[in-house]
Design a protein around this ligand. Structure first.
Ligand SMILES: Cc1cc2nc3c(=O)[nH]c(=O)nc-3n(C[C@H](O)[C@H](O)[C@H](O)COP(=O)(O)OP(=O)(O)OC[C@H]3O[C@@H](n4cnc5c(N)ncnc54)[C@H](O)[C@@H]3O)c2cc1C
Length: 453
């Protein structure tokens, strides 16, 4: 989510026992056999480009669906829900806008200008509280800017400690500062302020324009990119033998061989070492994998019989007594005319509640909504909840710059090895990490690296 600016101002199967990337007989001399691991946006972008240029491409994907961290639930037939990416952040000049235009995808706008902030007791901020919030926000970002001029990196929490420690833990100011850290930083970057690098947390770049979401869900983009591609679902890669020709990719079911392999495994999966690289990856790449951070952003969609909240706002924000609990909400009334609220939880709190049952999560969400809208509001008629940190094929939501990491590590992550394996994925994009467009652009970059050989 692009919170910071706002807060500053207010399958097709291919089966043989050892497969080649496509039927070898049909491969012409200039045509390369390429296996792309992962049918998320980066993998599909790479595969589509290489396929368009005449290469023989096979995408292999662990899940039983394409899209990866773009995943549209169709459980509520009148409202597709995005469990992963929702918005094109900054549609102006964004390459995803061109793709959406190609298919005339209907887009709906949400705006950070249509927002209301509630204090801990559930009342909209008074003018005095708003003024205090602006003042503290300026102090927080001034402290972070000053820290960026220093020689030694520290976590955002460490940098803010002298400021926040001026206030009693039970005070409004203390809660306001934690709200700023959570809403403006943790929800955007998905990392905890305890670990986000004060030097580099915001080393990303942005496109302009109000965020838009897809009326039919973000899935329309992976579906477009998947057209005409050979994709094998349910193939969990276990090992990549890359210092040999052809490269061998071993899954839990079979093996594939290819001239080149594009690896789009999420940073969380690379960190967990569930896929073995043989030989081991070079030290610089291992270092980048270990030092960059994989954060968490989770969603809890609540559907009600009717709207009981402010119908004309998109963003509802709450200043909790405890750091990070149910701070950010989106209403789908204005954008989609549906009585649906989406509560976000990021970083440590987002990770912690993944162990809870659905009922516990909904009860906790309702406690916050009752503080704001009163005890008599109705129970939701349905809900849908994500758990990205424990999803074995992403192990987190998106990457962030952790203390000890530097932006250049994303180039290390992206660097190809010996013309045999190439790397893409949101974490490998130095400027647009953590986003769908970053993933898409990284896929195009990896495809170009192969085309340039
Ligand atoms: C909750 C949430 C909200 C977000 N909101 C936004 C947003 O609003 N806007 C935005 O721009 N971005 C957003 N993002 C980020 C965006 O979704 C991602 O950056 C992007 O989708 C990542 O694409 P990718 O191709 O790099 O990775 P992925 O989509 O994760 O693709 C990698 C693929 O590899 C597969 N895989 C993993 N392990 C194996 C294995 N062993 N064998 C075979 N396949 C494997 C995975 O299943 C997956 O399909 C959000 C993400 C989350 C989770």
């Amino acid at each position: 989510m692009y919170r910071r600016n706002f807060l500053k101002i207010g399958g097709l199967a291919l089966m043989v026992s050892v497969h080649s990337a496509c039927g070898e007989d049909s491969v012409t001399s200039n045509q390369k056999r390429i296996v792309v691991i992962g049918a998320g946006l980066s993998g599909l972008a790479a595969a589509q480009e290489l396929h368009r240029q005449g290469h023989s491409v096979l995408v292999i994907e662990a899940r039983k669906r394409i899209g990866g961290r773009i995943w549209t639930s169709t459980q509520w037939t009148d409202m597709p829900l995005d469990f992963g990416a929702t918005w094109i952040h900054g549609p102006q000049g964004n390459p995803l806008t061109d793709l959406a235009d190609q298919i005339n995808a209907t887009r709906l706008t949400t705006s950070y200008d249509r927002a209301v902030i509630y204090n801990t007791s559930g009342k909209p901020l008074s003018e005095a509280e708003e003024a205090r919030m602006s003042d503290l926000r300026a102090q927080v970002f001034r402290a972070l800017e000053q820290a960026q001029d220093g020689d030694t990196d520290a976590s955002i929490r460490q940098v803010i400690t002298p400021l926040i420690n001026q206030f009693d833990e039970a005070s409004q100011d203390y809660r306001f500062i934690n709200f700023i850290l959570n809403g403006a930083i943790e929800h955007e970057y998905s990392g905890s302020v305890e670990r986000l690098s004060a030097h580099w947390y915001d080393s990303d770049r942005e496109f302009e324009g109000d965020d838009v979401l897809f009326a039919r869900g973000f899935q329309v983009i992976p579906e477009l990119l998947a057209q005409g591609l050979q994709i094998e679902l349910g193939q969990v890669v276990k090992e990549i033998q890359w210092q040999r020709s052809p490269v061998r990719v071993i899954t839990q079911k079979t093996e594939f061989s290819a001239d080149h392999v594009v690896v789009t495994l999420p940073l969380g999966v690379l960190q967990a070492n569930t896929v073995r690289f043989s030989p081991e990856l070079p030290r610089s790449k291992q270092d980048a994998i270990a030092k960059l951070g994989m954060g968490v952003l989770n969603k809890c969609y609540l559907r009600f019989a009717d709207v009981f909240w402010d119908a004309d706002v998109d963003w509802l924000e709450y200043i909790p007594a405890r750091h990070g609990e149910w701070t950010e909400w989106v209403s789908f009334k204005q954008a989609a005319n549906l009585p649906v609220l989406l509560g976000f939880n990021a970083a440590d709190w987002g990770r912690a509640i993944e162990t809870w049952s659905n009922e516990q999560i909904v009860a906790s969400a309702m406690q916050t909504l009752r503080t704001i809208y009163g005890v008599s509001i109705p129970e939701p008629i349905d809900y849908q909840i994500t758990r990205w940190a424990t999803d074995p094929f992403s192990l987190g939501s998106y990457s962030y710059n952790r203390v000890g990491a530097v932006p250049k590590m994303r180039q290390e992550l992206a660097a190809p090895l010996e013309k045999s394996i190439f790397f893409a994925g949101e974490a490998s994009h130095q400027d647009y990490f953590g986003t769908a467009h970053g993933a898409y652009l990284s896929g195009l970059r990896a495809a170009q690296e192969i085309l340039n050989l």
